[in-house]
Design a protein around this ligand. Structure first.
Ligand code: UD1
Ligand code: PEP
Length: 446
């Protein structure tokens, strides 16, 4: 999608109603694809969504000699790493695109080739997003790292060795870095203050299927006993709980009713509790979850994002749009990313009343409290939203703008919709199936 194709006209005011399906999680599938690099034979990954982050990783794996082909069932990939080889640095740079996943190639490439090149990373612009923890842990395993203008060059002069690591913060990516490196390192690795998101548990399941030895304690400690060799795996990716929650928020904000096939209660319990407090209704069955607005007014709430099992930060932005329709003052404290509330200024242009503060409001003190980041919000509602010209700032912010435009009166022009393809499979088709009135300029109503 380029040029004017990157703009969507959204005619708001119609409740979203119907059924959509979510497939494998954006925050697991690309990482399971990287794990295939560690195997001595082919892996089969099922429930793979057609999103840009998957295409980026597929390209990077192919550059490193991994063959990637469709499997027998729709959404299945077969990844064969038998002939892993060094890739041209310029090609890697060109393929890395907008994703954060290239950083996770370090451990597997160091094991397979003894060296790795990591280009500049993409990902959402929602905070500084440093990668210091990643390089600190890789050094502890015995890797050397040289920063040059085009990226980071890593080497493993000898087999990487297991070590004792404590993360300064339970970072998802750094925990995955440790897992993907420790499984083939010599000896035992003990990781404390690890992240324990459901996608990390699913990655551990993938690695265990390959032959890894990994145990998790209740105190965020993960122990990995290195092995000499891993096989391929067959795995069905856990469903995308972040996409599911986005559609749930869309149902609430537009006074609609959406059945999300594939949504799973277990990985969404914290979201479901919050949804119920706001006044949203849901019903769970074996195949998915139905979310709807039961009528009447919604309740203002106090919300704090946190690492799992807390309220996931990626759920925050879409739900804030629904909170603009709740009666009273809602407080949102974003403790994972310092700049993740910036998207709210466009909601204010549409008629919302959202005030940002640098203090930690409504809960515990976080890392950002003394540093002048506008990371708390007071949302005053309900407010009528009006269509506007919107420029998508990041993935979840972008989906939130779609929700706001759908809930608003009048027409919005939403610019930069291509970014949404990074994490939402076929979102335009899904919108149309749910009855949204959306239009690509120059074409008929889609
Ligand atoms: C592709 C993917 O899975 N993305 C998810 C992953 O991002 P990602 O893995 O990048 O996020 P992290 O959990 O690592 O980041 C959490 C916090 O740790 C900080 N940090 C992280 C690494 C580091 O080296 N130094 C450092 O200071 C970050 O700036 C941030 O404030 O987890 C986030 C938190 O659940 C989610 O919002 C993202 O959707
Ligand atoms: C922040 C996100 O992703 P990434 O880490 O890929 O930028 C997200 O999925 O909302």
């Amino acid at each position: 999608m380029t040029g004017t194709d990157d703009v969507l006209l959204v005619h708001g005011g119609t409740p979203l109603e119907g059924e959509i399906r979510v497939r494998g999680a954006k925050n697991l599938v690309p990482k399971a694809m990287v794990a295939a690099l560690l195997g001595s034979g082919p892996s089969r990954l099922r429930n793979v969504p057609d999103i840009r982050d998957v295409r980026v990783v597929r390209g990077l794996l192919q550059l490193h000699g991994v063959t990637v082909r469709p499997g027998e069932e729709p959404g299945e990939l077969v990844l064969d790493p038998t002939h892993v080889e060094s890739a041209n640095v310029a090609d890697i740079d060109a393929h890395a695109g907008s994703s954060r996943i290239p950083i996770l190639f370090c451990g597997p490439l160091l094991h397979r080739l003894g060296h790795a090149f990591i280009p500049g990373l993409g990902g959402c612009d929602i905070g500084g997003r440093p990668i210091d923890f990643h390089f600190d842990v890789l050094r502890q395993f015995g890797a050397t790292i040289e920063k040059r203008d085009d990226g980071q060059y890593l080497e493993a002069p000898q087999r990487l060795r297991g070590c004792k690591i404590r993360l300064p913060y339970p970072s998802v990516g750094s925990t995955e870095q440790v897992l993907l490196t420790a499984v083939l390192a010599e000896g035992v690795t003990e990781l404390s203050n690890a992240a324990v998101e459901p996608e990390i548990e699913d990655l551990i399941c993938v690695l265990q299927k390959m032959g890894a030895i990994i145990s998790m304690d209740t105190d965020r400690t993960i122990r990995i006993t290195g092995v000499d060799r891993l096989d391929g795996y067959t795995h069905r990716a856990l469903p995308d709980r972040l996409e599911a929650a986005s559609w749930a928020s869309a149902a609430l904000a537009t006074e609609g009713n959406i059945y999300v096939r594939g949504a799973q209660q277990r990985s969404m319990m914290t979201f479901l509790n919050t949804y119920r407090k706001v006044g949203g209704a849901f019903e769970i069955d074996d195949e998915g979850i139905r979310f709807w607005h039961p009528g009447g007014s919604l309740n203002a709430i106090a919300l704090e994002t946190d690492v799992h099992p807390g309220f996931q930060t990626d759920w925050q932005q879409p739900l804030v749009v629904a909170l603009t329709q709740a009666s009273g003052l809602s407080i949102v404290h974003e403790t994972v990313y310092e700049s993740r509330l910036g998207f709210t200024s466009a909601l204010n242009q549409m008629g919302a009343h959202i005030q940002l503060y640098p203090e930690c409001l409504g809960g515990s003190d976080c890392r950002f409290g003394q540093r002048n980041f506008l990371h708390s919000a007071v949302v005053s509602g309900p407010t009528k939203l009006q269509g506007a010209d919107l420029v998508i700032p990041d993935l979840r912010g972008g989906f939130s703008y779609l929700i706001a435009a759908l809930a608003a009166q009048g027409t919005s022009r939403v610019h930069g919709i291509e970014l949404i393809n990074r994490g939402y499979e076929n979102f335009m088709e899904k919108l149309v199936e749910l009855g949204a009135k959306v239009e690509l300029p120059g074409s008929a109503l889609v």
